[in-house]
Design a protein around this ligand. Sequence first.
Ligand SMILES: *[C@@H]1O[C@H](CO)[C@@H](O)[C@H](O)[C@H]1NC(C)=O
Ligand SMILES: *[C@@H]1O[C@H](CO)[C@@H](O)[C@H](O)[C@H]1NC(C)=O
Ligand SMILES: *[C@@H]1O[C@H](CO)[C@@H](O)[C@H](O)[C@H]1NC(C)=O
Length: 507
Amino acid sequence: MLRFRQGGSQFAIAILVFNAVALYYLYASNSPNQTSSWFSKDGDSLVHQSDQALLAQQIATVTATVTPAAITTVLVTPKARTETVTKLTTLTVTAVLSTTATTTVTQTQTVDLTPRPLPSPERSGPGFCDICGPLDVYCRQYGSRSYEGSNTRFRRVLRKALAGDPIKIGILGGSVTKGHGLTNHAHNWTVKLFQLLQELLPMSQIEVVNGAVPATGSDYYSMCFGEHIPDDVDIVIIELGVNDQRIESNAVSYEWLLRGLLDLPKRPAILNIQVMALEFDTITLGGDLHTPIAGFYDTPVLNLRDMLLPHILKNVPLDEHYFYVYPNDARVDFRHVSVHGHTIMAELITAYTQRQLCAIEEEKTRPNKFISEDGKLPNPDEMEDVPRLRLFESYNRTKVTGKLVPSCQSVRTDKHPLVPIETNGWKLWVYEGNKEKPYLMADKPGDYAVFEVEEPFFELLIDKYNRVATITDKAPPGKHNLTCEILPETTDPDGGHQFRLVAIDAA
Ligand SMILES: *[C@@H]1O[C@H](CO)[C@@H](O)[C@H](O)[C@H]1NC(C)=O
Ligand SMILES: *[C@@H]1O[C@H](CO)[C@@H](O)[C@H](O)[C@H]1NC(C)=O
Ligand SMILES: *[C@@H]1O[C@H](CO)[C@@H](O)[C@H](O)[C@H]1NC(C)=O
């Protein structure tokens, strides 16, 4: 059972609590010592009607405010409850909830109670198996088919939120995260996630910054993430499994991205949420190259595809359910999951968060941190560290790979827009009907643009699929002018000369 501090206004809580008074009596006994719990006659359906994420918070609130005291005592003390309440089939409860100093709200509910044993500790299997308990509906629905790791950073952030501090979440992703495939942008998974997390952590003020940029991947973000999320994020959620495609160089960039993010000032917790897309040559995509890297950096991976696709393959019409269908011609957009996919993404992350909250709660009563006496195994205090070598380099006993502090100028940001100091022919250009994918474009030989760049190492991000060209890694530190000019030669079979620039970055 989670305990939460009361947060938000009293009045708001009182309203939330109304529907949950009955549930409180059913579940309030969920203490670590319990051996049984209470369910209504229709059991699980009652739970499903209610918002699971809200429940724990409501329970905590009612615990403090329900009267008469006698009933509270009977129900809250596990032993007394077992003796008294097992004889009841119907229980009428009056809850008086203080809202403000001047308002009192009274609510009466009648519920039928039937005892049902909890799966623990009498459940089958050893005692360490008590997962997916009665309130954890997401766990029962989705399971956890993902890499999760030690979760050290994430739990640190959650502890901060539980103590009432605000937390800031930055999101990096492609068009799915930007909301393509949705007709109502309130269905955006980032919006849903914000709602679910705020309900789960009412004592903390949560801010979500959606830095998604359509048609971009790790190449772009590894250097330009700072253009799209603030530096002082506590959590970063990455959705780049589709856009990175199965291209090794994107995995290299993804590793740089992780390192850059992990080194941000607040040492944020990173979470990967992989979606699926079925429009490419293979079902495996860039996310599958991320996973081992994510593991090395101890950043959890949640995977919509692994959870859902085997089921869709067996029940083919579901593909139209989980992907966007164009309203005019009923074509299925197998790049962009539908509102149903978005919902599950938000719920998978919420489920993960709930598991971490449970682990934090359990640590209070059962501190079980492993300490390596002889230092031959990692200790808890080093779990947040960034490894000194990258996976994409050779082993070296002394080398310490430096911190990546990238700078970026991009046509897709307002912070440092890509603007030439001098130009002839290059201009801002967008696809017809897609204003979210702007480029700096030139198409005639002799067109040139000069950019001022300060740093020793340049990259140029060209074209819509994030092809990156490294201009030099030998320039001395300081200011440089970079000139891009269209040459008369072309490799385009149609003789075209068009080039499109997205960003110039340096580190
Ligand atoms: C949801 O999607 C829309 C685009 O369709 C995007 O503009 C918006 O920023 C997203 N909202 C949030 C809060 O993430
Ligand atoms: C290891 O790294 C150090 C410092 O970066 C370098 O001087 C040395 O040549 C490297 N050793 C090998 C075997 O590559
Ligand atoms: C870059 O070009 C501008 C004007 O074209 C010039 O004023 C500036 O000194 C140049 N900077 C460098 C580092 O060459």
